[in-house]
Design a protein around this ligand. Structure first.
Ligand SMILES: Cc1cc2nc3c(=O)[nH]c(=O)nc-3n(C[C@H](O)[C@H](O)[C@H](O)COP(=O)(O)OP(=O)(O)OC[C@H]3O[C@@H](n4cnc5c(N)ncnc54)[C@H](O)[C@@H]3O)c2cc1C
Length: 376
């Protein structure tokens, strides 16, 4: 943005944050004919959570019935597969195996199947120990559930495509424009950004898609009651790359654990395998790779891959989940609040957009569009 004084003109909408969710929302609003600018604090798009995920297109298996996570994941998955095909974004509908390693695990897998069915994911298949042994000889499993609609995606290509669509529709992504404060005015918002000399911009609608910082941004909105800003917990996940060719053909997941889906193995579009993420509760945002948990990490993988050679695991990267539930608590849903919840017309806050936010991104775009339309 090159405004160095208050912009008189009022834009239809500003989206704060150019991760996959902010970009998907901006594209959707631009398709509906709105004049939209995305303000991004970093020098490039997608520098945070959106570039630090497992890049899995989730089926919608684990989430509570009727939750936003379930609804937006199931709808978003189909939208994403279609969008990838249309735009030639690299993806693979690989399928994933959720493996049980002991007799107790059968009941847990049955619970997962029930949840999946309740969410409309009715394509799960049971595999016996024998079937697993012939399909994935390196995996130790007493039985497994196969999810055929799970896949992988090149998340960077996805973001480039959303960005390009948005700009082709007349939108602008303004990087290095960290939002500092938001003043609620009679008919919209006055936003100031960090640029020197400080920029000021006006808009009618404001979407806070700032990911890990969405709470900080919301606290800076004068006129938003603090009771509508939830507490956030941070859960870091480490990924180790696996040296050499992948011993698996599909994605392998253990049963979910507290705070995450368990240390699974996925692969990138080039076929390289990576293990992760673990769950490490942290107090502040810091992507440093901490190898002190490697022993537990290896033990968790050996539950289902007993022949793992630990020397083949090399530190990869970390990602941080913006969570609305803390250690030992039931997983919280996405929180996407419009004016009906917080009473500020034109404002939409997105909190706790952890997994499956990548899968759900296009559906979140449509959901936010409806909230914006409600305010006229
Ligand atoms: C370890 C891990 C694994 C995951 N695996 C998967 C998976 O396999 N499948 C899946 O579907 N989902 C997965 N997810 C979830 C998914 O990655 C996220 O839901 C998604 O990337 C969130 O996107 P976002 O745009 O909300 O956030 P971000 O990508 O973090 O974008 C927010 C943006 O806001 C910007 N910003 C912040 N403050 C300001 C400000 N004041 N002014 C301007 N800009 C600002 C930031 O710089 C950032 O670019 C995973 C997440 C993690 C952490």
């Amino acid at each position: 943005m090159r405004h160095n004084k208050t912009m008189k003109e009022q834009l239809d909408c500003i989206v704060i944050g150019a991760g996959v969710v902010g970009l998907a929302i901006a594209r959707r609003l631009a398709i509906s004919g709105m004049q939209v600018i995305v303000l991004e604090g970093e020098a490039q798009t997608g520098m945070h959570t959106s570039s630090r995920s497992s890049e899995v297109i989730h089926a919608g298996i684990y989430y509570s019935k009727d939750s936003l996570k379930a609804r937006l994941c199931v709808a978003g998955k189909e939208m994403l597969y279609q969008y990838c095909e249309e735009r030639h974004i690299p993806f693979l509908r690989l399928g994933k195996l959720i493996v049980g390693v002991s007799a107790d695990d059968e009941e847990k897998l049955q619970q997962i199947e029930l949840k999946a069915n309740a969410n409309g994911v009715a394509d799960l298949l049971w595999l016996t120990k024998k079937e697993m042994a012939s399909r994935e000889p390196s995996v130790r499993a007493s039985l497994a559930l196969l999810s055929p609609s799970t896949g992988i995606i090149d998340s960077h290509s996805l973001m480039l495509s959303l960005h390009a669509d948005f700009e082709n529709l007349g939108g602008t992504v303004a990087c290095q424009n960290k939002v500092l404060s938001v003043v609620v005015e009679e008919d919209g918002f006055l936003i100031s950004t960090e640029k020197e000399p400080q920029s000021l911009v006006r808009c009618k609608n404001l979407i806070n898609a700032a990911g890990l910082w969405a709470l900080h941004v919301a606290r800076k909105v004068s006129g938003l009651d603090a009771q509508h800003v939830p507490s956030q917990y941070l859960a870091k996940g480490h990924y180790y790359s696996y040296q050499g060719s992948s011993p698996f053909t599909q994605l392998i997941y253990p049963l979910p654990s507290d705070g995450g889906l368990g240390i699974h193995v996925t692969r990138d579009m080039a076929g390289a395998a990576r293990f992760g993420p673990d769950v490490s509760w942290i107090d502040s945002i810091d992507y440093q790779f901490d190898e002190s948990g490697k022993v537990e990490f290896i033990a968790a993988i050996r539950d289902y891959f007993p022949d793992l050679n630990p020397d083949k695991l090399v530190p990869g990267y970390t990602g941080i989940r913006p969570k609305l539930s803390g250690p030992g608590e039931q997983p919280a849903d996405f929180m996407i609040q419009g004016s009906r919840t917080h009473g500020v017309p034109g404002l939409v806050n997105l909190f706790g957009i952890e997994s499956p936010g990548l899968t759900a991104s296009l559906a979140i775009g449509e959901y936010v569009e409806l909230l914006v339309q409600e305010d006229g």
